[in-house]
Write a protein that binds this ligand. Structure first.
Ligand SMILES: *Cc1c(COP(=O)(O)O)cnc(C)c1O
Length: 430
């Protein structure tokens, strides 16, 4: 199986995190997002241990909440001692509402509104990641008015191509995030920040992209950032205390994807970074990373019920399920690949496009999947590795309620986000 938390029980039914999906579907209905609590915690500990080994400090791991943000995730992150990266008032509110410590939150965004900034300052967010000079001026105006200094990191674009999908590349010079070194804009932002009132520049941030598999992407971005740090030290006497390398380690969605050995990769980045910093004579900064996908993706599975099977002789076969692009838009956004399993049996396969119930021909969850030829209405279909960017990207298109999130543990199953009802969908309508 794709991941060690997926198996089949003695009846051939898919088991996820030790729970058979037919019983879960019966109890909670479908579509259904399942999450494996032990896997989330194991991924957190894997990162923390790798940081402790590589950097001698495990406080630099920040969970990128955008991958999956709901109260229970932040409770788990608080318990595991993982920092948080947030990008909106909604994410901040969710984290703070369960007592997640504000000082451990890094607040991102290329377009923070005055309201966003006010909210984050009111609640004592630990660090802002400043994206550009306008963002800096907006923050500085408010910190000055409050007579306070806010710790910030400055988001720098290192000019690196991570060889990932266009829509998730954030490292090259021409992306909308951060300011490039190459054009001189990064230096200008640092200069502005060092002289801005109410701003404490703790260091630099970069994030080159998501679904990074190339072996040396973090090494290459470290090289660029360390060189820039040395330049800033020589020219302005500025010493970065923190260096945030962003997120982006990829996960296995299909059997042919490589398995990234993240602890080994972090050990490599740590050794590389130490050597480069040593060459510059600068003190070793506190290093941070912001994994999202690699903490929650393989902790998730989505279960659907088949509504209809359509054969168009000589053309195509469709399996149409009770969810679709509203609960998982990733195939239509990124051509994302997924492993799809029949929930109750294997074998005798035929090829089907797995599609949803939304009113778009493009509502495809995954093309050309192998499923038993006799798949029929009422059967369960499981899409694996949906823990990241599924619930968090879900919409109410066609006025579909979002599926519930059920957290699985050896002790049992519990609803952590309940199913959205038709009344919920009308709750804001006047
Ligand atoms: C999206 C994002 C992350 C997390 O990326 P993953 O690929 O989910 O690990 C981290 N930092 C920033 C700034 C991001 O935009």
């Amino acid at each position: 199986m794709l991941s060690s938390n997926i198996a089949r029980d003695e009846r051939g039914v898919v088991r996820f995190a030790g729970h058979s999906v037919d019983a879960l579907a019966e109890r909670y209905g479908t579509p259904l997002y399942l999450m494996d609590e032990e896997r989330i915690r194991a991924n957190c500990r894997m990162y923390k241990n790798a940081f402790l080994a590589g950097f001698g400090d495990d406080t630099g791991v920040l969970y990128a909440g955008k991958a999956a943000a709901f109260k229970e995730i932040y409770r788990i992150m608080a318990q595991e001692g993982i920092g948080v990266d947030a990008v909106s008032v909604g994410e901040l509110y969710t984290a703070l509402s369960v007592g997640y410590p504000a000082e451990r939150i890094y607040y991102h965004g290329d377009a923070k509104t005055d309201e966003d900034i006010r909210y984050a300052l009111d609640h004592g967010v630990g660090c802002f990641v400043v994206d550009n000079e306008t963002d800096l001026a907006a923050l500085s105006a408010q910190t000055q008015a409050r007579g306070m200094r806010q710790k910030v990191l400055l988001r720098i674009t290192p000019g690196i191509d991570p060889h990932t999908y266009e829509a998730v590349n954030t490292g090259t010079v021409d992306v909308k995030f951060g300011v490039p070194i190459q054009t001189g804009q990064a230096e200008a932002l640092v200069r502005a920040a060092l002289s801005a009132d109410g701003i404490d520049v703790a260091g630099l941030h970069c994030h080159v992209g998501s679904e990074v598999f190339d072996e040396d992407v973090f090494e290459r971005s470290s090289d660029v950032m360390v060189e820039f740090m040395a330049f800033l030290h020589a020219k302005y006497g500025f010493t970065a205390r923190e260096l945030d390398l962003g997120g982006g380690y990829g996960v296995r969605y299909v059997d042919s994807d490589p398995a990234a050995d993240i602890p080994a990769r972090i050990a490599g980045v740590a050794a590389h970074l130490r050597a480069r910093i040593k060459e510059t004579g600068l003190p070793m900064p506190r290093v941070l990373m912001e994994p999202g996908r690699s903490i929650v993706a393989d902790a998730g599975m989505t279960v659907y019920t088949v509504s209809t099977v359509k054969h168009i002789p000589g053309f195509k076969n469709y399996v149409i399920v009770d969810g679709g692009m509203a609960d998982n838009p990733r195939y239509i956004l990124y051509d994302a690949r997924y492993t799809v399993l029949h929930g109750q049996r294997e074998g005798g396969t035929d090829t089907f496009d797995l599609v949803g119930r939304c009113c778009e021909s493009g509502d495809v969850l995954q093309p050309a999947v192998e499923l038993p030829a006799d798949v029929r209405r009422g059967d369960l279909v499981c899409v694996c590795t949906t823990g990241a960017y599924n619930y968090s990207m879900a919409s109410n298109y066609n006025r579909l309620g979002r599926p519930p999130v059920v957290m699985l543990s050896p002790d049992g199953a519990r609803v952590v986000v309940r199913r959205e009802t038709a009344e919920d969908l009308c709750a804001l309508d006047l």
